[in-house]
Design a protein. Structure first.
Length: 640
């Protein structure tokens, strides 16, 4: 039977059964962590106890060695035999004493450091004792006794030394037990831990004896080399595929290299009971999870179907199908959500229709600006680059042509121009007949808006060339344009009235761009930019046209024409530009004769050049009337 709930909240409460899984997993993890900590604690305690037992056993063994050596030292017959240097009697006594106490070697060393007897290595007799540090340690002891671990032929021995008193010390009795795997096995039985004896060398740890299998011994020394272990402090050590809780107990610190005992217990073996408990908990958890899953399916089916419909509808809306509605017939929170979703889709459909219509009336960027904010009168000061363009002699072009033909011509022209503006990130602010006003930096700013504006002007000029080819093929007149660009502070925002707004920019920066577009006629150039724009366009070669004091301005403005990108100019063009700028410099420095000579040379190469003719007129004028002292080299433009 399919469960039905009238309220979505009820379904949520039922879905909280999923917390069962969280609780079970949390309990599972908690038990594991607690048991792991308990096991590690027990191992640590056992290792510490084992280390204590180990140290006591080593100490007791060391005491037995010393006691046995003392007995031999006090034996009158042994002292008499050594006093008369009966070597065979001395050797026999040492061998008997070695067998009695179960030692592995006994040696007698004279006071001059020469080996007098050795029960295991006859070749050392008469040679210097190879462990003089043992004798030195005994000499420093108040009882004349010492104990140290030594290495003979790569094997470790626990060796003690006591003096032979007659009654003054006359020799040293050395007794040693071998520290081998057998010794480690005896310690394993007492400590219930794996026992390894290791020696520290320049190349790392060397295994002396161990209860570990041979395959694990090299892995143990390698693991010790990769980890820093402190004495009497347990830590985990990964050996092969097994984690061992390990503890280092020092055996002998008197040598240059440490000799230590490594006690280890397998963590996996200690966790076996824990793992059995966890398996039981896991079985119970799986059973509970299966029951919860069965109920979860019943609940999910009543929720996922309408949610899936809403998701599909959301994807349709994302793809722009705003007319798509979610068909959900439920009288709960999901039903309310579907109703709200459908209302939202209708609102988006209406907004998209408005945006589409608005985007055709104004630039899409301005449309987004208007739709994203509260529409109100006012603006803000921003830095922007303004571009004005205008068709040359448009009035004459319109003569003897029908309005439809003129409109087709204007639309073809504006389509080409607008495409270039859009491609460079500009915004068409308005069309004024055949004139275009474009914005760069508002409402969407870029890091290189002046560069975009100049590249747009160059692109507009190229697009016009292509358009003129098309117009010539259709028998229509050729078009020419003038473009003015200025970068400066403007006021950008919504202007007009509360009932009719227009997003645009105003200010001196806009006016100057318009004046520069008008000046293209005077200088017969296609593009003029202000000094602020030129300074913000690196990599472009400009021709300085003039210093102009436009109407309404007291400060002259230096105007420039973009010639081409640096590195792309022809050699003759670059030379001409260099000669022209030299002539302008002479003119500004009032060296009129030199300026005139340069201009005449340029005019000879390019007859009829409007710019050169203008400067020749300047020079002739000032040559006849003279220059005032406050002359700043600017031309005053009285009209727009």
């Amino acid at each position: 039977m399919k469960l039905q709930f009238r309220r979505f909240q009820t379904r949520i409460i039922v879905l909280f059964l999923g917390l069962f899984t969280v609780v079970q997993v949390s309990a599972f993890i908690s038990v594991y962590v607690a048991q792991l900590a308990s096991a590690r604690g027990q191992i640590n305690a056992a290792l510490e106890v084992g280390a204590g037992v180990f140290n006591r056993l080593v100490m007791e063994r060391n005491n037995r060695l010393i006691e046995a050596a003392r007995l031999l030292s006090g034996d009158f017959a042994f002292k008499s035999a050594y006093a008369v240097r009966e070597r065979e009697t001395v050797m026999s006594a040492l061998q008997n004493n070695q067998a009695r106490i179960g030692a592995d070697l006994m040696m007698l060393v004279s006071l001059d450091g020469t080996v007098a007897a050795d029960t295991t290595r006859a070749q050392t007799i008469g040679k210097p004792f190879e462990f003089p540090e043992l004798i030195r340690a005994a000499e420093k002891n108040q009882f004349g006794e010492a104990s140290v671990i030594v290495f003979i032929e790569g094997r470790a021995y626990q060796m003690v030394v006591v003096p032979l008193l007659v009654p003054q010390p006359d020799a040293w009795i050395c007794t040693g037990f071998l520290l081998d795997d057998k010794f480690a096995g005896e310690l394993e039985k007492l400590t219930l831990s794996q026992v390894s004896l290791l020696r520290e060398s320049n190349s790392g740890w060397q295994m002396v004896a161990s209860t570990l299998p041979p395959a694990l011994r090299s892995q143990t020394t390698a693991a010790l080399a990769e980890n820093t272990m402190r004495e009497q402090t347990s830590m985990s050590l990964r050996v092969g595929d097994t984690d061992y809780v390990s503890l280092i107990s020092p055996l002998d610190k008197t040598q240059e290299r440490r000799v230590v005992a490594l006690l280890q217990r397998s963590l996996d073996e200690a966790l076996n009971p824990v793992m059995q408990l966890l398996w039981v908990l896991a079985a119970l958890s799986v059973t509970g999870l299966a029951v919860s899953f069965a109920f979860g399916i019943l609940i999910a089916r009543s929720v996922t179907r309408p949610v899936r419909l809403l998701v599909e509808s959301a994807h349709k809306i994302e793809q722009g199908e705003y007319s798509h509605h979610a068909d959900v017939h439920q009288r709960d929170e999901i039903g309310d959500l579907a109703t709200a979703f459908n209302s939202m889709a209708r609102g988006l459909e209406e907004k998209d229709r408005v945006r589409d219509l608005l985007g055709k009336v104004v630039s899409p960027e301005i449309a987004r600006q208007l739709l994203s904010k509260k529409i109100e009168l006012g603006g803000e000061e921003l830095t922007a680059t303004i571009l004005f363009s205008d068709v040359r002699n448009f009035t004459a072009l319109c003569e003897n042509r029908s309005p439809i033909e003129i409109l087709a011509l204007v639309n073809a022209y504006l389509t080409k121009i607008s495409t270039v503006i859009d491609a460079h990130g500009g915004v068409v602010d308005k069309y004024m007949g055949d004139a275009v006003m474009a914005l760069f930096g508002v409402p969407v700013p870029h890091d290189n808006d002046p560069v975009r504006a100049v590249n747009t002007a160059l692109g507009m000029r190229s697009a016009l060339t292509e358009l003129n080819v098309e117009l010539a093929g259709r028998g229509m007149p050729q078009l020419g344009i003038g473009i003015g660009i200025n970068t400066g502070i403007v006021v950008a925002g919504n202007m007009g009235s509360p009932t009719r707004l227009n997003y645009t920019v105003i200010g001196d920066g806009v006016n100057l761009a318009s004046r520069l577009e008008a000046l293209t006629k005077r200088y017969n150039v296609g593009i003029i930019v202000s000094e602020t724009t030129m300074a913000a366009v690196p990599g472009m070669v400009f021709r300085e046209l003039d210093k102009v004091r436009v109407k309404g301005k007291n400060v002259p403005v230096t105007i420039h024409e973009p010639v081409g990108r640096a590195g792309t100019l022809a050699v003759d063009t670059a030379e001409e530009l260099k000669q022209y700028h030299a002539a302008v410099k002479f003119y500004r420095e009032r060296e009129l004769a030199r300026a005139r000579a340069e201009i005449l040379s340029l005019l000879k190469a390019r007859p009829g050049c409007r710019l050169y003719e203008i400067y020749l007129g300047y020079i002739d004028h000032f040559s006849s009337v003279g220059m005032k002292d406050d002359w700043d080299g600017s031309f005053v433009l009285y009209d727009k």
